[in-house]
Design a protein around this ligand. Structure first.
Ligand code: ACO
Length: 166
């Protein structure tokens, strides 16, 4: 694999949201709803939602949010999407994107994120690259199997992957 590429991060805004749409279209077999794009822009939070730039070009993106954990007053960081354009994969960009979200957690764990105690995401059961990435690089664990999570792709099932943060 080629050398690691050091990326810079940039905010996702109304002016460049179309580029997120293009990157997602190139990387995911599902299309995300308008509400997802609206929430990314409305959140105005570069710590949670960001582009990765290499040499001035967008090569990937990560979008996460803080959400309530059902039945408790605890919260979790939830990764909605993580993608790196295929030509740039295997060069450490996905790692830098996830690490930057974990760094934000570390910086805010006793302040804005004091109620957050885990980070989680859903991944299609056939997406072994992504499962290995989260498990081997960051120590995520495989959680429940959610059947028929996706409507238009086969297999439609996903796993919850999670990592306890405290
Ligand atoms: N493609 C992917 N992984 C590779 C490749 C390659 N061509 N070649 C090697 N790898 C291995 C590497 O060994 C690397 O580990 P190493 O650093 O120990 O060598 C690891 O996989 C990948 O680490 P990174 O380079 O940091 O990650 P990358 O920039 O490739 O991004 C990602 C990983 C985001 C999962 C990417 O493969 C991708 O965009 N996939 C398509 C979209 C997707 O499946 N996203 C996750 C779905 S779940 C969700 O979005 C919540």
């Amino acid at each position: 694999m080629g050398k690691q590429l050091e990326v810079e991060f940039g905010q996702i805004t109304d002016d460049n949201i179309e580029q997120l749409r293009q990157v997602n279209l190139a990387c995911f077999p599902v299309q995300y709803q308008e509400t997802y794009y609206k929430n990314v822009v409305k959140g105005k939070n570069e710590d949670l939602c960001k582009f990765a730039y290499w040499n001035g070009y967008i090569v990937g993106a990560a979008c996460s949010r803080v959400e309530n954990v059902e039945g408790s007053d605890r919260k979790r960081l939830y990764i909605m999407t993580l993608c790196v354009l295929a030509a740039y994969r295997g060069r450490g960009i996905g790692t830098q994107l996830i690490q930057s979200i974990l760094d934000h957690y570390e910086a805010e764990k006793d302040a804005a994120l004091s109620k957050v105690d885990e980070i989680a995401l859903h991944v299609q059961i056939s997406n072994e690259d992504a499962m290995n990435f989260y498990k081997t690089k960051f120590g995520f664990e495989k959680g429940e199997l959610v059947e028929n999570y996706y409507r238009r792709i086969d297999p439609p099932h996903c796993y919850l992957l999670y990592k306890k943060l405290r």
